[in-house]
Design a protein around this ligand. Sequence first.
Ligand code: UFG
Length: 363
Amino acid sequence: MAESAPQSVLVTGGAGFIGSHTVVELLQAGHAVTIVDDLSNASPKVLDRIARIVGPEASARCTFHEVDITDEAALDAVFVEAEAKAAARARGGDESRPPFDAVIHFAGFKAVGESVQKPLEYYSNNLGGTLSLCRVMRAHDVCSIVFSSSSTVYGDPDEVPLTELSPKKMATNPYGWTKWMIEQILTDLAAADERWDVVLLRYFNPIGAHPSGLIGEDPKGIPNNLVPYVAQTAVGRRDAVHVFGDDYPTPDGTGIRDYIHVVDLARGHVAALEWMVGRHGVEIFNLGTGTGSSVLEVIRAFSEASGVDVPYVIEGRRAGDIARNFADASKAERELGWKAEFTLADMCRDSWNWQSKNPEGFE
Ligand code: UFG
């Protein structure tokens, strides 16, 4: 297959925050998408919103299955159905194809604090889901997978920026361990069977929303992450942002992270998918901007973007937090030809656009 030829892609967790933005970019790049999502942390309304963004021609290339990927029989049925469609296309003169050319695997629980309270649920869902996905993939001869990993695997780094060769460190919570372990499982799989083609994408801190304001992050309950909390404060749902620590060894004392626009991140997946065609083995890419911003810089940028002076209070450090991390994203630029384009101001503008148009999220 020539590079950038249209692919048929299974996206697990495709109705979630990063998943939905990636589905939009995949459809707009001409690919066909099958979303599998159990809607445990996503709204069914996202499907209609995706269709509105991409239009009727592209949305005709998108199908949705409400399936929990730990339900191996239900997942297998999705592959069987796709196989039948691929066979029908082959009879129609198209080349013979497996049910999917590749899988992008987002589905998983992702709340750090909750994972400490519910380790069994996190390990069962995140590891169990990945194992059943890989078994079904292998049974249907689909061996290309892009995995949604995290910079959390670098732990508390000795030095920044982080390159893909920076050491993996001990995770500080079960969520982090699931990312760590799934990377290892997929690496072992590729070592054991040369058909596998694995790309591990280590995300830094995805924020922002689609510029249309139609899709964005919609956390259930009180947001754990900084920008959704800032956005809900700006829109009046919260009183003030709690800044977790101003005594870190950083210029203003608050924690530094590499915030990346979710649309840039989504495009990184499309680049990885197109890059991996015909390859085998494991490759790791950091997806970040290469620039760190402090908590206070984010609050200031958001205040400017929204025109709302976002109130905040300084509190003690949050357990498990690190002072700073940011990416060296040069490998992705060199190999994938991908680079983050949006600035922190763009991220805040789009996050505000989404939050102000949808103050209660999708509901
Ligand atoms: N912060 C606040 N107040 C808040 C929330 C966060 O001050 O209400 C601060 C944190 O202390 C940190 C920064 O804002 O300095 C960013 O915190 P987030 O919770 O938004 O993000 P984290 O960097 O802690 O975690 C994110 C993802 C994880 C992932 C991790 C990997 O949420 O899933 O990056 O680096 F594992």
